[in-house]
Design a protein around this ligand. Structure first.
Ligand code: KG4
Ligand code: ZN
Length: 322
Protein backbone atom coordinates (compact mmCIF):
# COMPACT_ATOMS: atom_id res chain seq x y z
CA UNK A 1 0.00 0.00 0.00
CA UNK A 2 1.36 3.41 -1.00
CA UNK A 3 0.38 6.24 1.37
CA UNK A 4 0.97 9.96 0.96
CA UNK A 5 1.40 11.56 4.41
CA UNK A 6 0.80 15.21 5.25
CA UNK A 7 2.17 16.82 8.42
CA UNK A 8 1.34 20.45 9.29
CA UNK A 9 0.72 20.29 13.04
CA UNK A 10 3.41 22.79 13.99
CA UNK A 11 6.17 24.58 12.07
CA UNK A 12 7.09 21.99 9.44
CA UNK A 13 5.20 21.44 6.21
CA UNK A 14 6.28 17.89 5.51
CA UNK A 15 4.99 15.55 2.81
CA UNK A 16 6.14 11.97 2.19
CA UNK A 17 5.16 8.95 0.16
CA UNK A 18 5.74 5.66 1.97
CA UNK A 19 5.21 2.06 0.87
CA UNK A 20 3.77 -0.42 3.37
CA UNK A 21 4.44 1.90 6.31
CA UNK A 22 8.19 1.52 6.00
CA UNK A 23 9.85 2.23 2.67
CA UNK A 24 10.16 5.97 1.99
CA UNK A 25 9.69 6.62 -1.73
CA UNK A 26 10.03 10.41 -1.49
CA UNK A 27 9.79 13.16 1.09
CA UNK A 28 10.03 16.94 1.22
CA UNK A 29 10.07 19.04 4.38
CA UNK A 30 9.87 22.80 4.50
CA UNK A 31 10.97 23.96 7.94
CA UNK A 32 9.87 27.37 9.20
CA UNK A 33 12.45 27.51 12.00
CA UNK A 34 14.32 30.50 10.52
CA UNK A 35 11.06 32.47 10.30
CA UNK A 36 10.09 31.87 13.94
CA UNK A 37 13.60 32.18 15.43
CA UNK A 38 13.47 35.99 15.91
CA UNK A 39 10.37 35.48 18.10
CA UNK A 40 12.05 32.81 20.28
CA UNK A 41 9.21 30.34 19.56
CA UNK A 42 6.46 29.51 17.10
CA UNK A 43 3.92 32.19 16.18
CA UNK A 44 0.78 30.19 15.25
CA UNK A 45 -0.66 32.75 12.82
CA UNK A 46 2.59 32.94 10.85
CA UNK A 47 2.96 29.13 10.89
CA UNK A 48 -0.51 28.59 9.40
CA UNK A 49 0.07 31.17 6.66
CA UNK A 50 3.40 29.59 5.69
CA UNK A 51 1.76 26.14 5.45
CA UNK A 52 -0.96 27.59 3.22
CA UNK A 53 1.57 29.21 0.88
CA UNK A 54 3.71 26.10 0.33
CA UNK A 55 1.56 23.01 0.82
CA UNK A 56 0.20 22.58 -2.75
CA UNK A 57 3.62 22.91 -4.36
CA UNK A 58 5.24 20.56 -1.82
CA UNK A 59 2.62 17.84 -2.37
CA UNK A 60 3.08 18.12 -6.13
CA UNK A 61 6.90 18.03 -5.85
CA UNK A 62 6.82 14.98 -3.55
CA UNK A 63 4.71 13.08 -6.07
CA UNK A 64 7.07 14.02 -8.90
CA UNK A 65 10.15 13.09 -6.85
CA UNK A 66 8.75 9.59 -6.32
CA UNK A 67 8.08 9.38 -10.05
CA UNK A 68 4.46 8.45 -9.33
CA UNK A 69 1.08 9.63 -10.57
CA UNK A 70 -2.03 10.08 -8.40
CA UNK A 71 -3.45 6.81 -9.69
CA UNK A 72 -0.59 4.98 -7.94
CA UNK A 73 -1.36 6.50 -4.51
CA UNK A 74 -3.63 4.19 -2.49
CA UNK A 75 -4.33 6.41 0.51
CA UNK A 76 -3.90 9.94 1.86
CA UNK A 77 -3.01 10.32 5.56
CA UNK A 78 -3.12 13.63 7.39
CA UNK A 79 -2.49 14.63 11.01
CA UNK A 80 -5.63 16.13 12.58
CA UNK A 81 -4.24 16.57 16.11
CA UNK A 82 -2.87 17.30 18.59
CA UNK A 83 -1.20 20.47 17.40
CA UNK A 84 -1.79 24.10 16.47
CA UNK A 85 -5.37 24.24 15.22
CA UNK A 86 -4.75 26.85 12.51
CA UNK A 87 -1.77 24.86 11.18
CA UNK A 88 -3.62 21.52 11.32
CA UNK A 89 -6.52 23.03 9.38
CA UNK A 90 -4.27 23.78 6.39
CA UNK A 91 -3.10 20.15 6.08
CA UNK A 92 -6.55 18.73 6.74
CA UNK A 93 -8.26 20.98 4.18
CA UNK A 94 -5.60 20.17 1.55
CA UNK A 95 -6.04 16.42 2.21
CA UNK A 96 -9.84 16.59 2.16
CA UNK A 97 -9.80 18.54 -1.09
CA UNK A 98 -7.45 16.05 -2.76
CA UNK A 99 -9.47 13.12 -1.47
CA UNK A 100 -12.71 14.60 -2.79
CA UNK A 101 -11.31 15.72 -6.14
CA UNK A 102 -9.31 12.56 -6.88
CA UNK A 103 -11.63 10.09 -5.16
CA UNK A 104 -8.73 8.92 -2.98
CA UNK A 105 -9.14 7.15 0.36
CA UNK A 106 -8.43 9.54 3.24
CA UNK A 107 -7.46 8.73 6.84
CA UNK A 108 -6.76 10.98 9.81
CA UNK A 109 -3.75 10.25 11.98
CA UNK A 110 -2.89 11.12 15.59
CA UNK A 111 0.37 13.08 15.71
CA UNK A 112 1.67 11.27 18.81
CA UNK A 113 0.97 7.84 17.35
CA UNK A 114 2.74 8.99 14.19
CA UNK A 115 5.88 9.79 16.23
CA UNK A 116 5.83 6.22 17.57
CA UNK A 117 5.36 4.86 14.03
CA UNK A 118 8.64 6.55 13.02
CA UNK A 119 10.16 3.39 14.54
CA UNK A 120 8.66 1.40 11.66
CA UNK A 121 10.28 3.46 8.90
CA UNK A 122 13.34 2.60 6.83
CA UNK A 123 12.83 -1.14 7.16
CA UNK A 124 13.25 -0.91 10.92
CA UNK A 125 9.73 -2.33 11.39
CA UNK A 126 10.07 -2.35 15.18
CA UNK A 127 7.49 -4.86 16.33
CA UNK A 128 5.18 -4.53 19.35
CA UNK A 129 4.84 -5.13 22.25
CA UNK A 130 7.19 -2.52 23.69
CA UNK A 131 7.36 0.24 26.26
CA UNK A 132 7.69 3.67 24.70
CA UNK A 133 8.96 7.03 25.88
CA UNK A 134 7.38 9.72 23.72
CA UNK A 135 9.07 13.07 24.34
CA UNK A 136 8.22 15.93 21.99
CA UNK A 137 7.76 19.69 22.17
CA UNK A 138 4.18 19.31 23.39
CA UNK A 139 4.08 15.94 25.21
CA UNK A 140 6.04 13.63 27.46
CA UNK A 141 4.46 10.22 27.93
CA UNK A 142 5.26 6.65 28.89
CA UNK A 143 3.14 4.15 26.96
CA UNK A 144 2.66 0.42 26.78
CA UNK A 145 2.36 -0.36 23.07
CA UNK A 146 0.62 -3.71 22.87
CA UNK A 147 0.25 -3.25 19.12
CA UNK A 148 0.33 -0.21 16.81
CA UNK A 149 -3.45 -0.18 17.09
CA UNK A 150 -3.51 -0.60 20.86
CA UNK A 151 -1.46 1.98 22.75
CA UNK A 152 -1.98 2.36 26.50
CA UNK A 153 -0.93 5.56 28.28
CA UNK A 154 0.85 4.76 31.57
CA UNK A 155 1.68 8.31 32.59
CA UNK A 156 2.59 11.73 31.29
CA UNK A 157 3.84 15.14 32.32
CA UNK A 158 1.75 17.15 34.75
CA UNK A 159 2.98 20.46 33.35
CA UNK A 160 5.70 21.28 30.80
CA UNK A 161 6.94 18.70 28.33
CA UNK A 162 10.62 17.76 28.16
CA UNK A 163 10.99 19.55 24.81
CA UNK A 164 9.36 22.68 26.23
CA UNK A 165 11.83 22.61 29.13
CA UNK A 166 14.74 22.37 26.67
CA UNK A 167 13.31 25.29 24.67
CA UNK A 168 12.68 27.51 27.72
CA UNK A 169 16.04 26.82 29.38
CA UNK A 170 17.77 27.45 26.04
CA UNK A 171 16.15 30.86 25.96
CA UNK A 172 17.43 31.59 29.49
CA UNK A 173 20.92 30.69 28.24
CA UNK A 174 20.54 33.04 25.26
CA UNK A 175 20.37 30.17 22.74
CA UNK A 176 18.24 30.00 19.62
CA UNK A 177 14.93 28.14 19.09
CA UNK A 178 14.60 25.14 18.97
CA UNK A 179 16.41 24.77 22.26
CA UNK A 180 16.98 21.00 22.31
CA UNK A 181 19.70 20.78 19.65
CA UNK A 182 21.27 24.05 20.88
CA UNK A 183 21.52 22.78 24.48
CA UNK A 184 22.84 19.40 23.31
CA UNK A 185 25.61 21.12 21.33
CA UNK A 186 26.60 23.46 24.15
CA UNK A 187 26.47 20.63 26.72
CA UNK A 188 29.21 18.75 24.85
CA UNK A 189 31.81 21.07 26.37
CA UNK A 190 30.19 21.28 29.81
CA UNK A 191 30.40 19.34 33.05
CA UNK A 192 27.07 17.58 33.77
CA UNK A 193 27.92 17.42 37.49
CA UNK A 194 28.71 21.14 37.84
CA UNK A 195 25.24 22.07 39.13
CA UNK A 196 22.85 20.01 41.19
CA UNK A 197 19.27 20.50 40.02
CA UNK A 198 16.06 19.28 41.70
CA UNK A 199 14.18 16.10 40.74
CA UNK A 200 10.37 16.32 40.82
CA UNK A 201 8.37 14.22 43.27
CA UNK A 202 5.58 12.88 41.08
CA UNK A 203 3.81 9.56 40.41
CA UNK A 204 5.50 6.41 39.11
CA UNK A 205 5.26 7.23 35.39
CA UNK A 206 4.52 10.93 35.63
CA UNK A 207 6.84 13.82 34.86
CA UNK A 208 7.08 17.46 35.85
CA UNK A 209 9.57 19.87 34.33
CA UNK A 210 8.23 23.27 35.37
CA UNK A 211 9.99 23.18 38.78
CA UNK A 212 13.28 22.31 37.10
CA UNK A 213 12.85 25.22 34.69
CA UNK A 214 12.22 27.63 37.58
CA UNK A 215 15.21 26.21 39.47
CA UNK A 216 17.45 26.94 36.47
CA UNK A 217 16.10 30.51 36.30
CA UNK A 218 16.75 31.12 40.03
CA UNK A 219 20.21 29.60 39.71
CA UNK A 220 21.11 31.91 36.81
CA UNK A 221 19.84 34.94 38.76
CA UNK A 222 22.23 34.09 41.61
CA UNK A 223 25.29 33.36 39.45
CA UNK A 224 27.99 35.84 38.37
CA UNK A 225 27.68 37.07 34.78
CA UNK A 226 30.56 34.96 33.55
CA UNK A 227 29.11 31.60 34.72
CA UNK A 228 29.73 28.60 32.51
CA UNK A 229 26.69 28.24 30.25
CA UNK A 230 28.09 24.95 28.97
CA UNK A 231 28.18 23.54 32.52
CA UNK A 232 24.59 24.62 33.14
CA UNK A 233 23.42 23.22 29.77
CA UNK A 234 25.13 19.90 30.54
CA UNK A 235 23.72 19.73 34.09
CA UNK A 236 20.21 20.53 32.87
CA UNK A 237 20.40 18.01 30.03
CA UNK A 238 21.69 15.33 32.40
CA UNK A 239 18.84 15.94 34.87
CA UNK A 240 16.16 15.68 32.15
CA UNK A 241 17.72 12.63 30.49
CA UNK A 242 18.16 10.91 33.84
CA UNK A 243 14.49 11.42 34.68
CA UNK A 244 13.27 10.28 31.24
CA UNK A 245 15.48 7.18 31.12
CA UNK A 246 14.69 6.12 34.72
CA UNK A 247 10.94 6.10 34.11
CA UNK A 248 11.22 4.34 30.77
CA UNK A 249 13.31 1.55 32.29
CA UNK A 250 11.08 1.31 35.37
CA UNK A 251 8.02 0.82 33.14
CA UNK A 252 9.79 -1.90 31.14
CA UNK A 253 10.65 -3.70 34.38
CA UNK A 254 7.15 -3.37 35.81
CA UNK A 255 5.49 -4.68 32.65
CA UNK A 256 8.16 -7.31 32.11
CA UNK A 257 8.90 -6.01 28.64
CA UNK A 258 12.43 -6.40 27.27
CA UNK A 259 11.93 -3.99 24.39
CA UNK A 260 12.06 -0.22 24.87
CA UNK A 261 11.45 2.45 22.25
CA UNK A 262 11.90 6.21 22.15
CA UNK A 263 10.11 8.70 19.91
CA UNK A 264 9.51 12.44 19.43
CA UNK A 265 11.88 15.37 18.99
CA UNK A 266 13.73 14.84 22.29
CA UNK A 267 14.53 11.26 21.20
CA UNK A 268 17.08 12.87 18.85
CA UNK A 269 19.17 13.74 21.91
CA UNK A 270 22.44 11.79 21.93
CA UNK A 271 22.89 11.91 25.70
CA UNK A 272 19.38 10.49 26.21
CA UNK A 273 20.21 7.61 23.87
CA UNK A 274 23.57 6.86 25.49
CA UNK A 275 22.20 7.12 29.03
CA UNK A 276 19.40 4.65 28.30
CA UNK A 277 21.93 2.24 26.77
CA UNK A 278 24.22 2.61 29.81
CA UNK A 279 21.42 1.91 32.28
CA UNK A 280 19.36 -0.67 30.41
CA UNK A 281 21.92 -3.33 29.64
CA UNK A 282 19.37 -6.15 29.71
CA UNK A 283 16.83 -4.30 27.53
CA UNK A 284 16.77 -3.80 23.77
CA UNK A 285 16.55 -0.11 22.76
CA UNK A 286 14.96 0.97 19.46
CA UNK A 287 14.93 4.56 18.21
CA UNK A 288 14.07 6.21 14.91
CA UNK A 289 16.83 7.55 12.71
CA UNK A 290 17.61 11.04 14.16
CA UNK A 291 16.00 12.74 11.15
CA UNK A 292 12.65 11.04 11.84
CA UNK A 293 12.47 11.96 15.55
CA UNK A 294 11.24 15.48 14.81
CA UNK A 295 8.05 16.19 12.84
CA UNK A 296 7.95 14.63 9.37
CA UNK A 297 5.47 13.43 6.77
CA UNK A 298 6.97 9.93 6.58
CA UNK A 299 5.87 9.05 10.12
CA UNK A 300 2.38 10.27 9.21
CA UNK A 301 2.27 8.00 6.16
CA UNK A 302 3.51 5.12 8.35
CA UNK A 303 0.72 5.79 10.86
CA UNK A 304 -1.77 6.03 7.99
CA UNK A 305 -0.79 2.46 7.16
CA UNK A 306 -0.38 1.07 10.71
CA UNK A 307 -2.98 2.87 12.85
CA UNK A 308 -5.38 5.16 10.98
CA UNK A 309 -7.80 6.87 13.36
CA UNK A 310 -10.60 8.00 11.10
CA UNK A 311 -11.65 7.16 7.56
CA UNK A 312 -13.40 9.56 5.20
CA UNK A 313 -14.04 13.28 5.05
CA UNK A 314 -15.93 13.48 8.31
CA UNK A 315 -13.31 14.50 10.87
CA UNK A 316 -12.11 17.73 12.35
CA UNK A 317 -8.92 19.02 13.99
CA UNK A 318 -8.13 19.13 17.70
CA UNK A 319 -5.37 20.90 19.60
CA UNK A 320 -4.86 18.76 22.71
CA UNK A 321 -3.99 15.11 23.21
CA UNK A 322 -6.88 12.69 23.51
O1 KG4 B 1 8.40 16.11 18.04
P1 KG4 B 1 8.78 17.48 17.72
O2 KG4 B 1 9.53 17.74 16.44
O3 KG4 B 1 7.56 18.44 17.68
C1 KG4 B 1 6.43 18.29 18.50
O4 KG4 B 1 5.60 17.41 18.21
O5 KG4 B 1 6.38 19.04 19.49
O6 KG4 B 1 9.64 17.98 18.95
C2 KG4 B 1 10.20 19.25 19.01
C3 KG4 B 1 10.91 19.36 20.34
C4 KG4 B 1 11.45 20.76 20.61
O7 KG4 B 1 11.06 21.11 21.91
C5 KG4 B 1 12.94 20.59 20.49
O8 KG4 B 1 13.69 21.47 21.32
C6 KG4 B 1 13.13 19.13 20.91
O9 KG4 B 1 12.04 18.46 20.37
N1 KG4 B 1 14.39 18.58 20.39
C7 KG4 B 1 15.40 18.15 21.16
C8 KG4 B 1 16.43 17.77 20.27
N2 KG4 B 1 16.00 17.94 18.99
C9 KG4 B 1 14.73 18.43 19.08
N3 KG4 B 1 15.53 18.09 22.48
C10 KG4 B 1 16.69 17.64 22.98
N4 KG4 B 1 17.75 17.26 22.20
C11 KG4 B 1 17.65 17.32 20.85
N5 KG4 B 1 18.70 16.95 20.09
ZN1 ZN C 1 5.81 16.19 16.86
Amino acid sequence: MIVLGIETSCDETSIAIVKDGSEILSEITYSQIAIHQPFGGIVPEIAAREHAVFIDELIWQTLQKANLTWSQIDRLAVVNGPGLVSSLLVGVMAAKTLSWALNLELVAVNHLQAHICANYLNNQKTSAPFICLLASGGHTQILFIQSYQNMQLLGETLDDSAGEAFDKVARMLGLNYPGGPAIEKLAQTGNPKAFSLPKPKVGEFEFSFSGLKTAVLRLIQGLPENYSKADLAASFQETVCDELSNKLIKAAQKFNCSKIVIAGGVAANGRLRSLIKEKALDLELFAPNIKYCTDNGAMVAAAGFLCPQNFGLDFTVYSRAC
